[in-house]
Design a protein around this ligand. Sequence first.
Ligand code: 2U9
Length: 357
Amino acid sequence: MDDLRQKYLGAIAAATDEAALEDLRVTALGKKGEISLKMRELGGMTPEQRQTMGPALNALKDEVNSALSARKAALGDAALDERLRGEWLDVTLPGRPRRAGTIHPVSQVTEEVTAIFADMGFAVAEGPQIESDWYNFDALNIPPHHPARQEFDTFYMHRAPGDNRPPHVLRTHTSPVQIRAMEKTGAPIRVIAPGRVYRSDYDQTHTPMFHQVEGLAIDRDISMANLKWVLEEFCRAFFEVDTMELRFRASHFPFTEPSAEVDIRCSWEGGSLRLGEGDDWMEILGSGMVHPKVLAAAGVDPDKWQGFAFGMGIDRLAMLKYGIPDLRAFFDSDLRWLRHYGFSALDVPTLSGGLSR
Ligand code: 2U9
């Protein structure tokens, strides 16, 4: 018995891999293994012999099994140590840089503008980009065949052959959104409508898709004076210039009467643009008192209600504020370009807190 013990424990300790251990297990404890055969011989022994040999063989079997398990674990640990030595990892190496997205200047400016008007009590309204000609033109006092329709360089949708109804259009301004808002909530109302608009035009200062924000305030006695204050307050906050000065120039839009284009004081001295100082004026938006016909078309009684509206180009505001030279740059997807102008991921506008620099 001691010979068997010596033989197997020695062989297990000397085994160098799992396959050798498995061979030893089969040779000792398999069906025809040496120890298994010895256990089978117990049946032919006298009860006295069996009483001493039985427990001794069982103990040997347990000992061999434990030795096999222990050696197997030791070989596993050694293999892992060996692998870890080979796969050395330098945790001090710098990580691989990941490209983060950036906020687009147009989105950022939209958020800035929205925050400023929200502080003055304007809600945000949205509407479809494919519009009926009623909402885009008729309701805004631009009747069919009126020469004013030609000024909008409109994209028309196709109608099925034989369908002679006027075609839908890609909205040329966000004004239809405000018609829909008035229809829905009536007066009084104070909303801005930011969003994409479309005109068939393409050069350094025009792209076929651009962004507008329009505003509308209707109440019992809203006047041009209210309009002027709101726009001054907006320009001071948006351009972060306390000395901002506005000039109203008489103009004409079909949907407002009277109408005014609005300029801001600026200087071009030394080749760089400075706002709120100098002897020059730069046009930044259009505005006026909403035409009574437009109120009536939206279901608002013009004998009871009146108010102002204004409109401006968001892309142009972004170019002015961030010094972007060419409108077409907005369609560049080059992140280096955006970083150059200081737009980084998750930049949150901070203008709603105050109006000063
Ligand atoms: C309703 C009634 C009136 C919105 C207005 C302008 C003047 C204007 C231009 C500025 C630059 C368009 O992006 S731009 O090319 N807009 O000059 N927009 S008044 O008037 C409205 C809007 C809605 C119901």
